[in-house]
Design a protein around this ligand. Structure first.
Ligand SMILES: Nc1nc2c(ncn2[C@@H]2O[C@H](COP(=O)(O)OP(=O)(O)OP(=O)(O)O)[C@@H](O)[C@H]2O)c(=O)[nH]1
Ligand SMILES: [Mg+2]
Length: 645
């Protein structure tokens, strides 16, 4: 009996946890509809979004390395050994030819291999855009009951084709240094070279891990990252964790270091362990003439050396043998599995990477749904308070003392007048707030951004000279840079305003309202700044790179611009949500408080007009009190389910 795969257990637990969260949100949604509180579109939308986010949540792992380091073998070993074979093609030399995503398509529930032809590189659409356009893809159904056939079909990922040098240049896939045997005077029209047949592959099949939301990105080595900027700019940064693979037999080569510095190291988040370095092929160090201790020592030394070269902590380096691990799992060889050292890596994925993803998700969900719940909790509390006050008022009336009623009415009316003054104050400060948000939005302005992009493209399309292009890029990014700097200043003002509104509200009403979280503009600024740095790097790169790879540069530019636009779009969206979150609790309280005063006045008036007896009203209120208590308890249960999950 093999030891159970830790990662599998953890991801199953993660999936269960998400399902529990979904259940508690659905319970809350049911609770609201039972109370007739579900008419509010905004709330309904937010609940829907939270449920969708949970249902569509994926744990993305990206495998990145130079060719032949064992990315694909490692994926086979960690995730797909239960097929008892090498499911994804992995061979000596260059194997994987296009970036490959493995996941389970929960929308269609189909198993397939979808391939995007390499020629799409001539178009200006991003892979993301192509994903929404099924016609461009070649689709092959995957026969999941026959792993043999599946394995055969997946060979398509490694297909190559012969094209003329001219064509390769057009596609941005020709680099001279990769073809040292080409004659100097080779005719670009008639001389052919090999290029990948496909640009991108999507594999969907119902493997339990994939069904539970795991998504894997396998990338080809050999400058694939440089050719497809979308990988570096959006796919890899979006991954929950990046696994960077080195091989013990080659050590850290110059090109390994290049990939590390250009693509991985800067994607490392300082405060989290989202990058793991795998020192693969340790079996090549299993020298039979050495003792076990000596071998262990060699592996340890290599680990330390690698850590030094990459400038990271050595506990982020995992020496493994993907090959022996796969073999051991297929043959159920416990001893070999232990030697392959896959275990600590799987443990890391299960105990560090998954919980991190979980806590990010939890923060988002609990933040969103939690604030709706606290809104209702506030409402119930105010209603309870009203009932208590009314009960108090009425209990003071022994019999039907007209004087006392008049007295009470007078006092309540005064309270009402006082209150409407506060409401005016609130309106004017929330007006200020809205105006500030509007200012911010004129800075983070999508239509304006689109206009600038259109202009930039126009000036770039006209002349693809290096200088023209560089200038257009510079202009665009100085614009974006200025935009973000100004936005961050305005956000500071916004923050001060909100704090002031809340303080005022607290001081004048004595009501305690939890201050909303600050709007985190920093996130977007960092993203935009990173893009800016990237653009500057390109802009300042030597002339030759720019002209030789104009397709690549063009792709780079398109990708960068759409990325910048996405960031702006997201920040706008979040700003709206944030504003709503910030003002809602106050608005709800104000409305409830107003209703509460009116209600009390009405009760008193009715009794005064002899339309109701004090006793009748008292028992009515007591029933209401009991009812409210039940609702409060229900809501608390839901809340603790949500936060405790
Ligand atoms: N000895 C040994 N060989 C390994 C190990 N892992 C992978 N290999 C072999 O190394 C070769 C390359 O492995 P792949 O998994 O195809 O490497 P890759 O990183 O996916 O390479 P590309 O797809 O070309 O980018 C294959 O022949 C593997 O069998 C290992 O742990 N030990
Ligand atoms: Mg591979």
């Amino acid at each position: 009996m093999m030891a159970e795969n830790q990662f599998k257990q953890q991801i199953e637990a993660y999936d269960n946890w998400k399902n529990e969260l979904i259940e508690s949100i659905e319970a809350f949604s049911q609770w609201m509809s039972d109370q007739g509180l579900d008419e509010d579109n905004e709330t309904a939308l937010r609940i829907y979004e939270a449920l969708e986010a949970l249902k569509n949540d994926r744990l993305n792992l990206a495998f990145v390395a130079e060719f032949s380091r064992g990315k694909t073998e490692l994926i086979n070993a960690i995730f797909f050994s239960d097929y008892k074979r090498r499911l994804l093609p992995s061979e000596a030399g260059r194997t994987t030819m296009c970036p490959t995503e493995l996941f389970y398509d929960r929308k269609t529930e189909r198993s397939y291999l979808k391939l995007l032809p390499i020629e799409t590189r001539l178009e200006d659409s991003s892979i993301q855009e192509y994903k929404e356009d099924p016609v461009q893809w070649t689709q092959i159904p995957l026969p999941i009951d026959s792993p043999d056939d599946m394995q055969k079909i997946l060979q398509e990922i490694v297909q190559i084709k012969e094209v003329s040098i001219k064509k390769a240049i057009q596609l941005g896939l020709f680099r001279k240094e990769m073809h040292p045997n080409l004659a100097e005077d080779a005719d670009p029209e008639t001389t052919t070279i090999e290029i990948p047949k496909w640009r991108h592959a999507l594999i969907s099949f119902p493997h339990p891990l994939l069904q539970q939301g795991l998504a894997i990105l396998d990338t080809p080595g050999l400058n694939a990252l440089g050719c497809e900027p979308e990988l570096t700019m959006s796919m890899i940064p979006a991954a929950q964790a990046i696994l960077f693979i080195l091989a013990a037999d080659t050590g850290v080569t110059h090109s390994d270091l290049d990939i590390w510095q250009q693509h991985i190291n800067k994607a490392r988040r300082k405060d989290s362990r989202n990058v793991a370095v795998i020192l693969n092929k340790i079996d090549t160090l299993w020298d039979e003439l050495k003792s076990k201790a000596e071998i262990e020592n060699t592996i340890h030394e290599q680990t330390l050396k690698t850590a030094r070269m990459l400038g990271i902590d050595d506990n982020l380096i995992f020496p493994v043998s993907a090959h022996k691990g796969l073999l051991a799992k297929i043959n159920e060889d416990e001893l070999l599995l232990h030697r392959s050292q896959l275990d600590p890596l799987e443990k890391f994925l299960g105990e560090v990477v998954i919980p991190e993803r979980g806590s990010i998700l939890k923060d988002d969900i609990v933040d969103g749904i939690g604030s709706i719940i606290s809104g209702h909790r506030d409402t119930l509390a105010i209603r309870m308070d009203t009932v208590n006050k009314q009960l108090n008022d009425l209990r003071k009336l022994n019999g039907k003392n007209v004087d006392v009623i008049v007295q009470l009415m007078k006092r309540t009316r005064m309270e009402q007048t006082e209150y409407s003054k506060h409401i005016d104050g609130f309106k004017s400060s929330s007006g200020l707030l809205i105006r500030q948000v509007r200012t911010l939005k004129t800075i983070l302005n999508i239509p304006k951004m689109d206009e600038i992009i259109r202009e930039t493209r126009k000036s770039m399309v006209g002349s693809w000279t290096t200088n023209g292009m560089k200038k257009a890029m510079k202009d665009l990014f100085s614009e974006v840079h200025e935009m973000t700097t100004r936005a961050s200043e305005e956000v500071d003002i916004l923050h001060r305003l909100v704090t002031a509104v809340y303080r005022k509200f607290h001081d004048t009403h004595g009501l305690n309202v939890e201050k909303p979280r600050a709007f985190k503009v920093k996130k977007y600024l960092v993203e935009l700044d990173n893009l800016y740095i990237e653009a500057e790097k390109y802009r300042k790169s030597p002339k030759s790179t720019m002209s030789e790879q104009s397709t690549v540069v063009r792709k780079f530019f398109i990708q960068m611009v759409s990325q910048a636009r996405n960031i702006l779009f997201q920040s706008n969206d979040d700003l709206d949500k944030w504003l709503n979150n910030a003002m809602r609790p106050l608005a709800v309280r104000i409305k409830e408080k107003k209703n509460s005063i009116e209600k009390r006045l009405l009760t008193l008036r009715k009794i005064n007009d002899s339309k109701g007896s004090v006793e009748g009203k008292l028992s009515e209120l007591e029933a209401e009190h009991a009812e409210l208590k039940i609702r409060q308890d229900e809501l608390e249960t839901i809340y603790s389910q949500l936060t405790g999950a």
